[in-house]
Write a protein that binds this ligand. Structure first.
Ligand code: ATP
Ligand SMILES: Nc1ccn([C@H]2C[C@H](O)[C@@H](COP(=O)(O)O)O2)c(=O)n1
Length: 181
């Protein structure tokens, strides 16, 4: 019988690295909740919404959630196809503008719970073990010191095309830690 495994922890703690590898080894689906926030933020922006128009944003996202829940396979395919674009720091910035909207967070949490009900997922994200999937059969909380995580993120970006200075990486990660508190 399959179960769900939730991995939580701050930015740069290694959730994605561990989650992907674990899912590969035990032949589970891997789900990165951060991609959901990024997907919605990108879609909202492309459709002309801004985070100040809260009511409109919520209405749009509720509609999208219903459509996605009807055909999860198509949605997973879209996330897979858009992975590189969604991982871009520009999309990360968009996500951080929309993700403080509590109602949007609730919509995404409900969507994730709906998609995970058939089990067999390794899911990663910063509120996975206590807000989204508190009943997950296995819960892992990863952490590392802030300075280690800054160093890792800096190296990670250095290896990609999106090279940022150590100061920029530090500022971004410290801000993200504050938002996640
Ligand atoms: N245990 C580890 N030791 C050293 N480096 C690691 C370790 N785990 C992950 N890393 C490296 O740290 C970087 C960040 O890891 P990863 O993307 O998995 O973190 P994350 O928690 O998913 O971050 P975010 O929440 O920002 O998406 C990657 O370059 C990864 O290779
Ligand atoms: N469980 C989650 C996952 C992500 N977010 C927010 C935080 C960021 O603003 C954005 C992108 O996350 P990332 O892909 O960088 O991990 O989504 C969240 O609030 N809860």
């Amino acid at each position: 019988m399959k179960i769900n495994i939730a991995i939580d922890g701050p930015a740069g703690s290694g959730k994605t690295t561990l989650g992907r590898e674990l899912a590969r080894r035990i032949d589970y689906h891997f789900l990165d909740s951060g991609l959901f926030y990024r997907y919605f933020a990108k879609l909202l922006t492309e459709n002309g919404y801004n985070p100040l128009e809260k009511a409109k944003v919520i209405e749009f996202c509720l509609q999208k959630k219903t459509v996605i829940a009807k055909d999860p396979k198509l949605f997973f395919q879209k996330l897979e196809n858009q992975q590189i674009i969604l991982s871009h720091p520009k999309v990360s910035n968009l996500a951080s503008l929309f993700s403080p909207i509590q109602e949007l967070r609730q919509i995404i949490r409900e969507l994730i719970r709906e998609l995970l009900k058939n089990k067999g997922f390794v899911v990663v994200g910063r509120d996975m073990t206590f807000k989204v999937l508190p009943e997950a059969e296995v819960k892992i909380f990863l952490t590392a010191s802030q300075s280690k995580r800054i160093e890792r993120r800096y190296q990670q970006l250095k290896e990609s095309k999106e090279h940022l200075s150590l100061e920029e990486v530090k500022k971004d990660l410290v801000e993200r830690d504050k938002r996640d508190e």
